[in-house]
Design a protein around this ligand. Structure first.
Ligand SMILES: C[S@@+](CC[C@H](N)C(=O)[O-])C[C@H]1O[C@@H](n2cnc3c(N)ncnc32)[C@H](O)[C@@H]1O
Length: 291
C-alpha cells in the first residue's frame, strides 16, 4: 500500500493511505489548493482516514430556518465523522444560531452537548455578535448574536491569540500583591500596548460586511469572512488542512487559501459548490471541484 504524507507540523504528521483518498487531499508540493466536493459530508468523510483535519470552521443549517433545497442534515452522524477526522489537538469551530420565534429551540446547546459527549472538549463558547441587521422582537430584546462553539480533540495544538490595542500603555505605579489584609501596594510596572481579544467577536453583516463578493449572496446564509479568517489564524498554522463539511458559498475556503492553508469543502448542493468554485476562482485562488 503506497503512503503519502499529510501535515507539516511535527506533532500532526499523519501517514495516510492514498488509495482511499488521493483524489481529495491536497498535494503539498503544489501551491495551496482548495478542493470542493459535492455530496453528503457524512458519506464523503467516511471515505477518509482518521485524524487528518487540523481545523474545521463550519456552520450547519439552523433549525430548518432556511430553505437549503430540502437536503438531509444528519447531525449526529456528521458530528461522529468530524470527531474521527479531526487530528489530535485539532479544533472544530461550530457556528450556530437557534430558532427564536416561539421560544428558543436550544438546538445549539443540544448539539454542543452531543459534541462533548462523543469526545470533543468544550474549549470555549464564543459569541458572534452582529453589528447590524439584528433580529427585532416585540416581546424580547433584539437578538444580535449567534454561538461559536470551539471544540478540540484533546488540548488545542495551536493558539495564536489575536490582539487588540489597549487604552493606556507605558509605565505606571500599579497595584500588586494584595494580601488578605486588604492593603494595596504599588510598584512600577508596564502596561502593554496590546492585549488578547475577548471571546465576543463583532462583525458587520451584509454586502461590505460579510464579504464584498456579490456572488456569495446567491447562498442564503453566508457567515462573515472575517469571522472565518479570525478562527483560521487563531487555531491553525500555514500549511495546515482546514475543512468545512457544509461549505455553502466557500467562505472558510477563501480565507484558508488566502492565509496559506489547504482546504477541503463539501456541500450537498451542486449549486452551492458552483457558487463557491466561481467565488474562489474569481479571486485567483487555486480550486478543483470533485463530483
Ligand atoms: C449555514 S450554510 C453554510 C454557509 C457557509 N458557512 C457560507 O459562508 O457560505 C449550511 C450549508 O450546509 C449544507 N448542507 C446541509 N446538509 C448537508 C450535508 N448533509 N452534507 C453537506 N452539506 C450539507 C447546505 O447545503 C448549506 O449550504
Amino acid at each position: 500500500m503506497r503512503q503519502i504524507e499529510l501535515g507539516l507540523r511535527q506533532e500532526a504528521h499523519v501517514k495516510i493511505d492514498d488509495t482511499a483518498c488521493r483524489s481529495v487531499l491536497p498535494n503539498r508540493s503544489l501551491q495551496r489548493k482548495g478542493r470542493l466536493i459535492v455530496g453528503n459530508c457524512v458519506d464523503i468523510m467516511r471515505s477518509w482516514p482518521d485524524d487528518i483535519a487540523h481545523l474545521t470552521v463550519t456552520s450547519p443549517p439552523y433549525d430548518k430556518l432556511r430553505d437549503y433545497k430540502g437536503y438531509d442534515f444528519p447531525f449526529e452522524k456528521i458530528a461522529d465523522e468530524l470527531f474521527r477526522v479531526t487530528a489530535p489537538g485539532g479544533v472544530l469551530v461550530w457556528v450556530v444560531g437557534d430558532r427564536i420565534n416561539g421560544g428558543r429551540s436550544l438546538t445549539s446547546f443540544r448539539q454542543a452537548i452531543y459534541l462533548q459527549e462523543i469526545g470533543f472538549s468544550a474549549h470555549d463558547i464564543m459569541i458572534y455578535q452582529k453589528k447590524n441587521t439584528p433580529f427585532t422582537r416585540s416581546n424580547a430584546y433584539t437578538n444580535a448574536y449567534e454561538m461559536m462553539f470551539v471544540l478540540s480533540k484533546g488540548k488545542p495544538a495551536t493558539f495564536n491569540p489575536l490582539k487588540v490595542p489597549t487604552q493606556r500603555h507605558g509605565y505606571e505605579m500599579l497595584t500588586h500583591n494584595k494580601l488578605p489584609d486588604g492593603i494595596n501596594k504599588k510598584k512600577l510596572g508596564e502596561l502593554k500596548k496590546e492585549k488578547t481579544r475577548t471571546n465576543i467577536w463583532s462583525y458587520a453583516v451584509g454586502l461590505g460586511g460579510t464579504t464584498n463578493d456579490k456572488i456569495a449572496f446567491q447562498h442564503p446564509a453566508v457567515f462573515p469572512e472575517k469571522l472565518a479568517e479570525d478562527h483560521i489564524l487563531s487555531w491553525s498554522n500555514p500549511g495546515d488542512l482546514v475543512l468545512d463539511p457544509m461549505c455553502g458559498s466557500g467562505t472558510t475556503g477563501k480565507m484558508a487559501l488566502l492565509n496559506d492553508r489547504d482546504f477541503i469543502g463539501i456541500d450537498i448542493s451542486p449549486e452551492y459548490i458552483e457558487i463557491a468554485r466561481q467565488r474562489l476562482s474569481s479571486l485567483g485562488l487555486s480550486v478543483e471541484t470533485l463530483q
